[in-house]
Design a binder for this molecule. Structure first.
Ligand code: ZN
Length: 219
């Protein structure tokens, strides 16, 4: 058996368990994602019917085709890339390619979150919850809620790096190499050095949310 075939089988196996469990608790969210990315043409009714199933299969097939064309990375990155919009998947794979050229062990440690998952994160540190606050964004208020954004982890000798400076250096490799790439380190109010995203059609999160929720093209 030729080697490329066995790699594709392996990712097919992974993807079978990928998008559906991530989005299965929020079918309406997944329908919006599928519609806004051109895979679903029918009503946003929150019900998993034949058309949603066909759209899920089409999305999975495109995800596999992109992986085949742009290359495979570590398992954690792969799992997170599979949750991104197809245009963003291509960008994330190019990004990891740039990191490899520069001999950096960078993995994508976070991808898309449903609105419900974002709301759960928002509750941490609020409403009597004593954990530290980890986000200021409620569901639908983060670019992670539309398949636009990913967060990276830098590893040196297998150890996860948390200092800002090495992440700033990574952006210097990535930003000139990839058009339409946006970096959280360029934000004015809150610097988010491990955060990257694909430029959206609308400049604002509110505008992106309005497009996404009606199933209109947003990236
Ligand atoms: Zn982020």
């Amino acid at each position: 058996m030729d080697k490329s075939f066995s790699i594709i089988c392996k990712i097919t196996h992974n993807f079978k368990n990928m998008s559906q469990p991530l989005f299965s608790q929020d079918i309406l969210f997944y329908q919006r994602f599928l519609k806004a990315n051109g895979f679903y043409k029918s009503t946003l009714d929150g019900l998993w019917g034949k058309k949603t199933n066909a759209a899920d299969i089409a999305f999975t097939q495109q995800t596999q085709a992109i992986a085949k064309q742009y290359g495979l990375f570590d398992a954690r990155s792969e799992a997170n890339i599979a949750t991104l919009a197809p245009k963003v998947q291509i960008m994330a794979r190019k990004f990891l390619g740039v990191m490899i050229i520069n001999k950096k062990d960078v993995r994508i440690i976070s991808g898309t979150r449903t609105y419900a998952q974002q709301d759960a994160l928002y509750k941490q540190g609020r409403y009597g919850n004593t954990s530290p606050i980890i986000t200021n964004a409620r569901g639908g208020h983060s670019n992670h809620n539309f398949g636009l954004a990913w967060d990276i982890g830098l590893f040196v000798n297998g150890k996860y790096i948390t200092d800002d400076a090495p992440y700033i250096k990574l952006a210097k490799f990535a930003m000139p190499a990839i058009p339409m790439l946006e970096w959280g380190g360029n934000w004015q109010s809150f610097k988010d050095y491990p955060h990257y995203q694909h430029q959206a059609i609308d400049d604002t999160v509110a505008g992106t949310r309005a497009l996404f929720e009606t199933g209109a093209m947003y990236v």
